[in-house]
Ligand binder design. Structure first.
Ligand SMILES: [Cu+2]
Length: 198
């Protein structure tokens, strides 16, 4: 373990805590960074925020165009007919280069996620921004979207939860299409195609 790595981890911890104004990484957690510590993840017993970014602009943005905040509620009460789970809405439309703060509110007893895919990897490891919340808890995190019109998948990656209703889309600008099988928004490409998984 090099000194450089140690410094970058400490810096990232401060950055993440500042960016999302959430849980400050403790000294004990920093001591454990050598044991598979993800420098862009902040977690506690309520859940976790991964790859929060409130400060660094995507390369193609000259400024933050808008500051948006929205609550995403998740639970069985929001399930569409034939499904087990749901979000209170399954599409979120934001302007290009918007800074988006999401609060995920879990109304179920089980754990749920709101995970966005396809973001620029130079800013978001694995192209992902991710909130995860234990039953009856909430978590907030912030990310900044790029400038191009594009539709991003947002879902819960826990086994079978997406198939059971937790699939949505973040539409930046006018988007680049609609994803299939979004409850209340788009049809399944092949009804009852349970074998295809994801
Ligand atoms: Cu879930």
């Amino acid at each position: 373990m090099t000194g450089g790595r140690r410094i970058s981890v400490a810096f990232a911890a401060v950055f993440v805590a500042t960016a999302a104004s959430i849980h400050v990484v403790t000294a004990q957690e920093q001591h454990h960074h050598h044991a598979h510590h993800d420098h862009s993840m902040v977690l506690d017993r309520d859940g976790m925020v991964m790859n929060a970014n409130a400060d660094v602009l995507p390369k193609d943005c000259t400024e933050v165009s808008a500051d948006l905040e929205f609550e995403v509620r998740v639970g069985r009460d929001y399930a569409r007919r034939g499904l087990t789970f749901g979000y209170n809405q399954h599409e979120w439309v934001v302007p290009p280069c918007a800074r988006v703060t999401v609060t995920l509110i879990n109304e179920d007893q089980v754990r749920h996620q709101w995970m966005v895919h396809g973001l620029p990897r130079y800013l978001y490891p694995q192209g992902m921004f991710h909130l995860e919340v234990s039953g009856e808890k909430r978590k907030s995190g912030t990310f900044i979207v790029p400038s191009d019109d594009r539709t991003y998948l947002a879902h819960c990656d826990i086994a079978q939860h997406m198939e059971q209703g937790l699939k949505g889309q973040v539409v930046v600008g006018s988007g680049n299409g609609t994803l299939p099988s979004i409850p209340g928004i788009s049809a399944q490409p092949l009804p009852d195609d349970y074998a295809s998984g994801r």
